[in-house]
Design a protein around this ligand. Structure first.
Ligand code: NAD
Length: 498
């Protein structure tokens, strides 16, 4: 948590020297073409920095550097214990720069500084440390075969991993990939979103200072259709690990197939149901949680509880509580430590969310709260927390990922109705159920097709728990020991004995 005031953060923001260059082979460099793009502060619409706009030429340089480092085994050849020590130093440096990283994150994508200080910056550092600490505690295997052979099952790094990440939790998403990919000995090329590249660029210098060898960690800011596409299609990259929309995730699977069949792991979108049964123990707690689960990070969360399904026998009472708690979420300046809901990441995203709000009205949903742009005088991109009731499964706001502060509410009668509505989506990232009945909790959590199910909470979790989706929410898992497996090949070695 932060003890700094709004004025303190504003002063620090004014004094901040922002690095906007790419990081290739251990050094900050401009894009080969010299091109840059404008990085805008969504809280006021003003220019934060000019950032290198990388393309295929820069991708080529980064791949060559990453391959050289991998072949020279400057990182892969270090013992797990040595890599652990370097990653612990990297995490410690991130901790030393916590306020700077949190400030960059807040300025770059509009999230409240309290959230960036309370979650994004420390969770990212913890992820690097956790993966480093894990790596010298994982054993390979000896298979149970006849006496005349020694059969080894070992894990080796893949080679070059490219991580393409979104803008909503820029540093956390990057570290969920970077931590396990580096710990297992790979070279990494990170492509942050063009909407929020600054923390990825900043931590490259910290990685180098910690002792990550040149070429092992590269950062290429730029656009998806340019440098992103070049990385996805590259013939000498061994793995693409992606977090972002389902649409781009599907495209990247095709790129992997059309190029060199690189390993492809996709963490994609969601439209998660939060089910409240009439037997929930504490309706106030459930309502408070339901509101936080959609408005946190301006609703720009893949696991946002964006569909609230409420049993009809308590619906009127429960919805009144939801409206009451939603009024506590007021859009405000992201640099104010008291702010709970900040700015949308950019004008494009704001307009997309406003179009969804219009479609909800047109298709006959009942607007209970919000539904408009706010704080226009700031020059930034804010949307007031929005609630829709009487939403039916045929409506776009029920089916499509809005990725903004918009909650849609639907009633149901029976447990089976709740399960059917919950699963009535192409996504399967998260789901929740509120009940005091153990049988109901187990029945619903087993039946919901989602990578994570929350029972009587939303967003409980830890680095020790895998994170990812069923169905079109993706494949593979970030976090936990399971994530380390993604970045390794499994090798069988049969040694015939005399
Ligand atoms: P996006 O798919 O538009 O972009 C994600 C990244 O892909 C960006 O870096 C972008 O530049 C890049 N990209 C775009 N087109 C590309 C192309 N043709 N080739 C290569 N790279 C390309 O997603 P976004 O708008 O940045 O993020 C929001 C989405 O991310 C939401 O759908 C959200 O649910 C999802 N998300 C999922 C998780 C998860 O863990 N499952 C976590 C966070 C966000």
């Amino acid at each position: 948590m932060t003890t700094l005031t709004l004025a303190d953060w504003q002063r620090r923001a004014a004094d901040l020297a922002i690095e906007g260059r790419a990081f290739i082979d251990g050094a900050y460099v401009a894009a080969r073409s010299g091109a840059t793009f404008d990085c805008i502060n969504p809280a006021n619409g003003q220019l934060l920095a000019k950032v290198a706009s990388c393309d295929a030429a820069d991708a080529e340089l980064a791949v060559q550097a990453a391959r050289r480092a991998f072949e020279a085994r400057t990182w892969a050849g270090q013992s797990p214990k040595q890599r652990k020590l370097v990653m612990q130093r990297f995490a410690a440096l991130m901790h030393d720069h916590l306020e700077e990283l949190a400030l960059l994150e807040s300025l770059d994508m509009g999230k409240p500084i309290g959230d960036a200080m309370g979650y994004d910056a420390p969770a990212s550092a913890n992820c690097i440390a956790w993966n480093g600490e894990a790596i010298d505690k994982i054993y390979d295997q000896v298979a149970p075969v006849e006496e005349s052979a020694l059969a080894l099952v070992t894990r080796e790094p893949l080679g070059i991993v490219t991580a393409i990440v979104p803008w909503n939790f820029p540093l956390v998403m990057a570290c969920w990939k970077l931590g396990p990919a580096l710990a297992t000995g790979n070279s990494v090329i990170l492509k942050p979103s063009e909407k929020s590249p600054l923390t990825a660029i900043r931590i490259a210098a910290l990685a180098k200072e910690a002792g990550i060898p040149d070429g092992v960690f590269n950062v290429l800011p730029g656009f998806g259709h340019s440098v992103g596409e070049a990385l996805a299609m590259h013939m000498d990259i061994d793995c693409i690990t992606f977090t972002g929309s389902t649409k781009v995730g599907k495209h990247l699977m095709e790129c992997a197939g059309k190029s060199n069949l690189k390993r492809a792991f996709m963490e994609c979108g969601g439209k998660s149901p939060n089910i409240v049964l009439a037997d929930a123990a504490d309706l106030d707690q459930a309502a408070r949680s339901a509101v936080g689960a959609i408005f946190y990070n301006q609703g720009e969360v893949c696991t946002a509880a964006s569909r609230l399904l409420v049993q009809n026998s308590i619906k009127a009472e429960f919805v009144a509580k939801v409206v009451h708690y939603a009024r506590e979420w007021v859009s405000s300046n992201p640099l104010d430590p008291a702010t709970r809901i900040g700015a949308m990441v950019d004008e494009v995203q704001m307009n997309q969310v406003l179009r969804y709000i219009e479609s909800g009205k047109e298709q006959g949903a009942t607007l209970l709260l919000g539904g408009e742009r706010t704080r226009v005088e700031s020059g930034g991109y804010y949307i007031s927390p929005t609630l829709f009731d009487n939403v039916t499964p045929d409506m776009r706001i029920f089916r499509e990922e809005i990725f903004g502060p918009v909650l849609v509410i639907t009633g149901f009668d029976t447990l089976d109705d709740a399960i059917r509505l919950g699963n009535d989506t192409c996504y399967g990232l998260a789901a929740g159920v509120w009940t005091s009945n153990l049988d109901n909790a187990v029945k619903v959590s087993r039946a919901l097709r989602a990578g994570t199910v929350f029972v009587n909470n939303w967003d409980g979790g830890d680095m020790t728990m895998p994170f990812g989706g069923y169905k079109q929410s993706g494949n593979g898992r970030d976090k936990s020991i399971h994530a380390l497996e993604k970045y390794t090949e499994l090798k069988s070695t049969w040694i015939q004995l005399g």
